[in-house]
Design a protein around this ligand. Structure first.
Ligand code: ADP
Ligand code: X2W
Length: 287
């Protein structure tokens, strides 16, 4: 989309971003990207543009991605039925191979490529690289689904230090070399926590935490962890939002300053959140 702004208006818009650029430059921002926001090619392109723009102004971006719909797609093509228990994919031996191929292979490569096409310098790694994500079996009934036991943030810090955008797929491994499938939100929250990120952005398919989940106009722009606990007790936060909010709480407990649940379907929502006073989605903070 292009707008008919005068040059003076364009300059004014850029100047208005200056305090926000100063605020975030040099800080670590972890972005969890996945789900439907990753299916739409135009939206995907816009997310990559946002990331590269922020990277150019000195924000230390770490992109952690899922790819559930793409795993479903390959499973279907291979004639395998996808099965979920409490939102987690039942992952047998064959499925973990598919998960690795899709997440650490196709999706990771594609995102690295797209970032580089926008002029960014990206480097892909999986949770198995550099012992980034260690895990153990979460529940034997789920097969190779990993529960994160340890995050070694050093490889990510090294890449940030060298000026790269690390792009992380959420496959982990144990000391015996078994690969595990980890839920994208959970893995991203663990990485954000280990990095003590300034900001952790969780992209989803709803505007944020809503007071009435069927009414987008009831968006709650900001909540504290104490308030999320109350909203859960009241039943306002339920269903798929429950594990998401748990990820926010865990990340904050580990030292992340702000977590933002935002709508990945809104074009340039990342820039709106970080570089304007409009904000986007729900910001969760410790107090
Ligand atoms: N208070 C709430 N605000 C927003 N969404 C909520 C709320 N309570 C429950 N939900 C449900 O949570 C879902 C988001 O979780 P989910 O679909 O698992 O996200 P994703 O696919 O991005 O991981 C929404 O589609 C909505 O149905
Ligand atoms: C254990 C488990 O369920 N893992 C997820 C990992 C991918 C993911 O989380 O993808 P999104 O972020 O796109 O949802 C899965 O297999 O679908």
């Amino acid at each position: 989309m292009s707008y008919s702004y005068s040059n003076a208006e364009r300059a004014q818009i850029l100047v208005e971003a200056l305090p926000y650029i100063k605020k975030h430059s040099g800080k670590i921002v972890v972005i969890k990207y996945g789900g439907n926001a990753m299916i739409n090619e135009t939206l995907k392109q816009q997310v990559m543009e946002d990331i590269v723009l922020l990277w150019h102004v000195g924000v230390k971006i770490v992109l952690v991605h899922g790819g559930g719909p793409e795993i479903n797609d390959l499973m279907k093509r291979l004639g395998k039925k996808a099965e979920f228990v409490d939102g987690l994919r039942v992952t047998d031996k064959e499925t973990i191979d598919i998960v690795q191929m899709v997440l650490a292979g196709k999706v990771n490569n594609t995102l690295v490529n797209l970032l580089q096409m926008q002029g960014g310098n990206a480097l892909g790694l999986s949770g198995a690289d550099g012992h980034l994500i260690k895990c153990k079996i979460k529940d034997p009934r789920l097969g190779f689904v990993g529960e994160v036991t340890e995050v070694n943030e050093k490889p990510v810090l090294d890449l940030l230090e060298k000026g790269y955008i690390p792009v992380v797929s959420t496959v982990g491994c144990d000391d015996q070399g078994n690969a595990y499938n980890i839920n994208g939100d959970t893995a991203a929250a663990c990485i954000a926590g280990a990095l003590k990120a300034e900001t952790f952005i969780l992209m989803t398919d709803v505007p944020g935490i809503l007071r009435d989940k069927d009414d987008d106009k009831t968006l709650i722009p900001a909540v504290t962890v104490a308030e999320t606990k109350r909203l859960k007790e009241e039943g306002v936060i339920a269903g798929g939002m429950l594990p998401k909010v748990k990820c926010c709480e865990d990340a904050i407990e580990k030292g992340v300053k702000n977590v933002i649940i935002m709508d990945g379907r809104v074009p340039h929502s990342i820039l709106m959140e970080l570089l304007t006073d409009e904000g986007a989605g729900t910001m969760v903070t410790g107090e």
